[in-house]
Design a protein around this ligand. Structure first.
Ligand code: MGP
Length: 232
């Protein structure tokens, strides 16, 4: 079953680094304070580093094309890269890893909530599905970043329904998908798809597929291959 919606929208520019915005009156990291009435500390106290803790911890996973080629079972080469739980950790990781346009063709890069594996077999993903947007090769870097920021910054009204996001780098295209938990919860799926388009300022239609349907398609294809082998 495929759901399609076509609602356009807003930009996510204002969301970038939103989680690390410092409120009025708060002291920024590294800011020097000089309250003359307070003699208990040095007049020029440097406020220590206060990490900005995210609502959830997230894990980056990577599947390299070279490792994939050697595997016999799908998914056996997907590896967790690093788990982060603060805004600061996210940026230090993000700034030191390749953007999608620099990843090798065939690579899959995932960012999933900690302890959820980016596989249909994971019990939390098993009844879910995914929204997907395709981009020409080399054109998804900004959308990937905005997707990550919207997810880890808890910008989705139905963020609890989200497992994570993946970027698949292929010869002619890069596909970003958001995986969800309960594909039959149509209201939540539509809300996530609609908001995602707004965050990316994406105006085309996007497609949703149940993992269950993807699994069935896969087994039909496998049976067809077996039948072909028997009859010829
Ligand atoms: P894909 O990588 O999601 O699609 O699934 P893509 O990118 O269109 O295809 P590609 O050939 O360009 O990589 C491709 C195939 O991988 C599926 O048909 C399944 O056989 C297998 N596969 C993908 N996923 C996400 C899973 C999974 O979670 N579990 C299992 N068992 N197989 C999967």
């Amino acid at each position: 079953m495929a759901l399609v919606d076509s609602i356009g929208g807003l930009s996510l520019e204002e969301e970038i680094r939103a989680s690390s915005v410092v409120g009025e009156g708060e002291i920024e990291e590294g800011e020097i304070t000089g309250d003359e009435s307070d003699h208990s500390t040095s007049p020029n106290t440097i406020i220590p580093h206060q990490p900005h803790v995210l609502e959830h911890s997230w894990t980056f996973w990577f599947d390299s094309p070279a490792a994939k080629q050697k595997q016999s079972t799908w998914g056996s080469s997907i590896r967790p890269v690093h788990t982060f739980g603060t805004v600061e950790e996210f940026w230090s990781l993000y700034n030191n890893i390749h953007k999608p346009s620099k990843l090798a063709v065939g690579a899959d890069f995932h960012c999933f909530k900690h302890k959820i594996e980016p596989k249909w077999e994971d019990p939390i993903c098993a009844n879910g599905g995914k929204w997907t947007i395709s981009f020409p090769r080399g054109k998804s870097d900004t959308s990937w970043l905005y997707t990550l920021l919207a997810m880890i910054g808890e910008q989705f009204d139905n963020g609890d329904e989200i497992c994570g996001a993946v970027i698949n780098v292929r010869i002619k295209q890069e596909k970003i998908s958001i995986w969800t938990k309960n594909a039959t919860n149509e209201t939540a799926q539509v809300s996530i798809g609609k908001q995602w388009k707004e965050f990316l300022d994406y105006n085309e239609s996007i497609g949703f597929i149940f993992h269950d349907d993807a699994r069935k398609t896969e087994s039909v294809q496998a049976n067809t291959q077996v039948d072909d082998g028997v009859t010829r």
